[in-house]
Write a protein that binds this ligand. Structure first.
Ligand code: G16
Ligand code: MG
Length: 211
């Protein structure tokens, strides 16, 4: 039985993928690289640096590490500008009520996100005092599909892997959960993956799994 639920952030608690898309699009346009929503989809759950390498697959030159840093910073500045426009109204009622009910049932609630902007996003949504632990891209050396970000979240809430349920929207995240010995519930496109222990068609269905 579960004692903690570890939530991925982008794609589960909030939907910042379109902001990622807009910020990457600006960088790609500047470099003359073709970039569209379907390429953006491949960036889900993947770190910023690895995302850029995927975008650069369509670049006909070789970019040095220093130049990469410049564009990574540019992308992040554009992305943060968009994040700052987010407000607590960007958190859905269903998500909020489900989180509250899970907490009422005694679950520890944690975030396990690849994003280095997790703290900012959580603050924009008005959830800064809500989670028992936030494990994010600033605290890890290996990003998903490596289990580190979820293992860190589990240890922050003092839970064994077998008592944790991970909620994820990305293949890399499901792989990370399984590699860490955790069960995972998939939302969105991730429901197509055979790695999912549960397939959610709505966020509130979590309440049927975690009794
Ligand atoms: C999120 C997104 C990814 C993004 C990554 C890093 O992960 O899904 O697309 O590349 O964070 O974000 P940042 O540039 O803010 O560090 P997650 O794990 O919350 O889905
Ligand atoms: Mg995600």
């Amino acid at each position: 039985n579960y004692k903690a639920v570890i939530f991925d952030l982008d794609g589960v608690i909030c939907h910042t993928d379109h902001y990622h898309y807009l910020a990457w699009k600006e960088v790609a346009d500047e470099l003359g690289i073709y970039f569209d929503e379907s390429i953006n989809h491949r960036l889900r759950g993947v770190s910023r640096k690895e995302s850029f390498d995927i975008i650069l697959e369509r670049y006909d030159k070789i970019m040095g590490e220093e130049d990469k840093e410049i564009y990574l910073t540019k992308k992040n500045e554009g992305y943060q500008k968009l994040l700052k426009g987010m407000t607590p109204s960007d958190l859905s009622e269903e998500t909020k009520n489900t989180l509250l009910e899970l907490r009422k049932r005694g679950m520890k609630l944690a975030i396990g996100s690849s994003s280095k902007n997790a703290g900012l996003i959580i603050k924009q949504l008005g959830l800064e005092h809500f989670f028992d632990a936030v494990s994010d891209g600033n605290m890890i050396t290996h990003s998903k599909p490596h289990p580190e970000v979820f293992q860190k979240a589990a240890s922050m809430v003092n839970c064994e892997a077998e008592n944790c349920l991970v909620v994820e929207d990305a293949k890399a995240g499901l792989e990370a959960a399984k590699a860490g010995g955790m069960d995972c519930a998939a939302v969105g496109d991730a429901v197509k993956s055979p790695l999912a222990d549960y397939k959610l068609s709505s966020f509130r269905q979590l309440l049927e799994i975690v009794e």
